[in-house]
Design a protein around this ligand. Structure first.
Ligand SMILES: [Zn+2]
Length: 282
């Protein structure tokens, strides 16, 4: 019996060690999370369950995407510009001009460019009982980007795939508890933030914390534009950023958020590979 208890305690302890909390894995000298980019992405893209619960030990990420993370960008400025002009996409839709560098911080006395691409959902409006039929259409008023102006993110991305920049990627912003309460001003510029439009429903919960997200959580058009934003911000850095979910960044901190809900990492990484191939055709 005593041996069994020791075994149970041993197993429990191992479980505790494996369940890492990102804020505890952050190196303030290097201004980054511990480990390779692949290790960091697997930590920061763990699936976010309802109420912000995270039980996945590490995110299951596509092998080809993990290889990409440590590869060179592999596309030219001219190719991106031709792609954007062919698709009629303006700088205001992609976080600003790809010719200017992204935001930066100081780490170990040196200037380093943003390292993380943080994916959020706006978790609003909170609706009672069910979603309107047209949440993915132009007709749903929350897809009208004119109403999204608060500078708490770099870019807002509607369910129609349309996007709007409220802060250029060159501008440092802090949008998570971890940046605002733990790292403070020195972290301004380390994280690029994207808010995806996603409504919520209650009950359970109430109008103040409506936890139920649509399924699927986001549209194909949102994943495609998100992939382009990821490519453009990474191009401006000169290497691939590490993607992250807001809920993972703030895991374990008081009043942490539950976003994004119902995000499908495979859809995102597939779109990154696809858009990259499309750009290479130009
Ligand atoms: Zn968020």
């Amino acid at each position: 019996m005593k041996n069994l208890l020791i075994i149970i305690l041993f197993v429990f302890n191992i479980t505790k060690i494996e369940a890492q909390i990102p804020s505890q894995e952050f190196d303030k000298v290097k201004m980054e999370y511990k480990g390779t980019k692949a290790v960091q992405a697997k930590l920061l893209m763990r699936h976010v369950e309802m109420w912000g619960k995270i039980s996945e030990k590490e995110a299951k990420l596509d092998a080809a995407y993990l290889d990409l993370l440590i590869s060179s960008i592999g596309i030219t400025k001219e190719q991106i510009q031709k792609y954007l002009s062919f698709k009629n996409i303006t700088n205001n839709e992609i976080g600003g001009d790809i010719n200017s560098p992204i935001s930066s911080v100081t780490a170990g006395g040196k200037k380093v460019f943003a390292k993380y691409f943080v994916i959020h959902d706006v978790s609003t409006p909170a609706l009672e009982h069910n979603f309107p039929q047209d949440i993915n259409e132009e007709s749903w008023s929350f897809n009208n980007l004119d109403r999204w102006n608060k500078k708490v993110t770099h870019v807002y991305l509607a369910r129609t795939g349309k996007s709007k920049t409220v802060a250029d990627f060159s501008e440092g912003l802090r949008a998570t508890k971890f940046e605002l309460k733990k790292l403070g001003i020195p972290s301004r510029g380390l994280y690029i933030h994207i808010e995806l439009i996603q409504p919520r429903v209650y009950p359970p919960g109430n109008a103040g914390n409506a936890p139920v997200a649509p399924k699927p959580g986001f549209t194909e058009a949102q994943y495609e534009r998100l992939a382009l934003l990821y490519i453009c911000s990474s191009f401006r850095k000169g290497e691939w950023l590490v993607p992250a979910f807001h809920a993972n960044i703030d895991q374990g901190l008081n009043d942490s958020h539950d976003d994004p809900q119902n995000f499908e990492t495979q859809k995102f990484t597939d779109k990154v590979m696809q858009v990259l191939l499309d750009i290479k055709k130009y």
